[in-house]
Write a protein that binds this ligand. Structure first.
Ligand SMILES: Cc1ncc(COP(=O)(O)OP(=O)(O)O)c(N)n1
Ligand SMILES: Cc1nc(C(=O)O)sc1CCOP(=O)(O)O
Length: 520
């Protein structure tokens, strides 16, 4: 069985000055490359043949299959293990008829239709790309983005055709690539194909080792979203949510919020009231430093002016395995917001996405619920439980749908929350406050798990409990505030709400929580 997990595609023009090709390839093989493709775009036939021969000897020494890019004649001449064909290269059927039985044929694919055709034509594997932007090659098809890979993998369900992702894959984004590519049916990549990350490295064995290690820990991890997740009970949820409030009060995590001008002040006050520490910062230059010290990151799309900082903050937070809460405020309102949201979600992995029905419908490309500006209109989804579960599977994170009833899912467990009060809808930014509270509870979850092995995770901690805790804290505080005798309307409600967040205890949280686990 061929191991596609770390697929090296060569590119001699990228070798560091003075580095001999054979030394490079030996070191890369030493570092754990599992399959090699010789890709020569400028060499004449004699030179291509020479390089292919050298590669064949080395690959044979390491027991690693050798694939030749484009040229079936070269593959035959060196008795390579197979060929890789692009969309405008020799058809698979013709290559198959020229090659001896058992040889591997791979096909480049940039769309679901191309994957379906490759399967029909009898390919052994598909190279899905480009997943990220790359300088290694002039692309003739659009950059896909990580979130477009899942549907292409679904097209391989029930077949034995393998899949690797290619294009711009580095040690810094390989975990994001693997995690974000999993299809809603649970179909995963069989490997990643890289050129520059290994070829242009001064230490190719080290670069290969790093990539391989991420792949290994990811593929061995038992807690893949939507596959195996802890089984929860309502009592367990209430206990764990209460624990998180305790942890927040004890550890006072820093909650970095890139949020909108309308709610910044009350969001900072809500964070403080829960016992955490807010920092409302949006300068690009400080995103890295903050990612090292924060406990949770909130990215709120409310007034979209800091896209570069939002991109960087999420990337750095993923890198540090910290929670990223995304609140796509008003995402359905303009094409610009939809474009920014797609770019953000293709760049980093959100731990939790929270939104009202209109926002989440827009994010999911669903026509079922409409939005007006930042507000949702109509009665909502016919089956909200299924909607959150499916969106969680698609986005590979926890999804929280807020409204009179709140629905939260990690793609496996679905939880219905029934706390809240009408007055929450009468103040501006109560949805944004939910995002702040979720980020704060997720920071508590991170704090609890920060010393656990998180090699295969993009965020340490139980983000489902974090999301549930944040929603329960705000809605229960809302109920308690609305019940105060001195609250006359929305003006007196807001300070009372902050007071109730301030006075919220783990015991009150547990006692008032209305939690139900549902199935669809
Ligand atoms: C594993 C893998 N995937 C995709 C490609 C791209 O091949 P192709 O479309 O033929 O483009 P060129 O490589 O010929 O520029 C690949 N080589 N390997
Ligand atoms: C050879 C190739 N094929 C691609 C495709 O999209 O089909 S992207 C690509 C180059 C990948 O190089 P790097 O790892 O340096 O980004």
């Amino acid at each position: 069985m061929v191991d596609y997990s770390l697929y090296l595609v060569s590119g001699r023009e990228l070798l560091p000055e003075g580095k001999a090709y054979c030394d490079f390839l030996r070191e890369a093989l030493e570092g754990g490359v599992t399959i090699v493709q010789v890709r020569e775009k400028k060499a004449d036939t004699a030179e291509f043949l020479h390089i292919a021969n050298e590669s064949k000897h080395l690959c044979t020494d390491y027991g690693v299959p050798l694939i030749i890019n484009d040229r079936v004649d070269i593959a035959l001449a060196v008795d390579a293990d197979g060929v890789h064909l692009g969309q405008t290269d020799m058809p698979v059927r013709v290559a198959r008829s020229l090659l001896p039985p058992g040889k591997i044929i791979g096909v480049s694919c940039n769309s679901v239709d191309q994957v379906k055709k490759a399967v029909k034509d009898g390919a052994d594997y598909v190279g899905i790309g480009a997943v990220w932007a790359t300088n290694t090659k002039q692309l003739t098809s659009p950059v896909l983005g990580v979130r477009a890979v899942g549907p292409m993998l679904s097209a391989l369900d029930g077949t034995s055709v393998k899949a690797v992702a290619i294009g711009g894959i580095k040690s810094s984004n390989v975990l994001r690539t693997l995690h974000g590519s999993v299809s809603t049916t649970g179909h995963r990549l069989d490997g990643v194909a890289v050129v520059s990350e290994i070829v242009s490295s001064r230490e190719p064995s080290e670069s290969a080792r790093k990539l391989k290690e991420v792949y290994r820990s990811w593929s061995n991890s038992t807690q893949q979203l939507g596959e195996i997740s802890p089984s929860y009970t309502t009592d367990m949820i209430k206990d764990r949510v209460a624990d998180l409030l305790r942890v927040v009060k004890e550890t006072k995590p820093l909650i970095h919020q890139i949020t909108n001008i309308v709610v910044a002040n009350q969001s900072a006050n809500a964070t403080l009231a829960l016992g955490a520490s807010p920092i409302m910062a949006s300068a690009l230059e400080e995103m890295y430093d903050l990612s090292r010290i924060l406990g949770g990151l909130l990215i709120n799309l409310g007034t979209v002016t800091d896209n570069e900082s939002m991109l960087a903050a999420g990337r750095f937070a993923n890198d540090a395995k910290k929670p990223v809460v995304f609140d796509p405020v008003g995402v359905g309102a303009t094409g610009f917001r939809r474009k920014v949201a797609a770019e953000l979600l293709n760049t980093w992995q959100a731990s939790v996405i929270k939104g009202n029905a209109g926002e989440l419908a827009a994010l999911a490309d669903s026509e079922e619920v409409q939005a007006k500006g930042v507000d949702s209109i109509g009665v909502g989804f016919a089956n909200p439980a299924k909607f959150v579960r499916d969106l969680a599977r698609k986005e590979r994170c926890v999804v929280a749908l807020t409204g009179a009833i709140d629905w939260v899912s990690d793609g496996t467990t679905i939880v219905k929350l029934a706390n809240g009060h009408k007055l929450l809808g009468d103040i501006t930014g109560s949805g944004c406050l939910v995002g702040t509270c979720i980020a704060t509870f997720c920071a508590g979850a991170w704090e609890l798990a920060k010393n656990e092995d998180g090699a295969a995770k993009l965020a340490r901690g139980d983000m489902l409990i974090g999301a549930l805790g944040g929603i329960l804290a705000l809605t229960i505080a809302g109920e308690r505030a609305a019940g105060r005798s001195n609250v006359q309307g929305s003006g007196t409600f807001l300070p009372a709400l902050i007071d109730e967040l301030y006075n919220l205890t783990p015991e009150k949280l547990k006692q008032d929580s209305q939690v139900e686990i549902v199935t669809v």
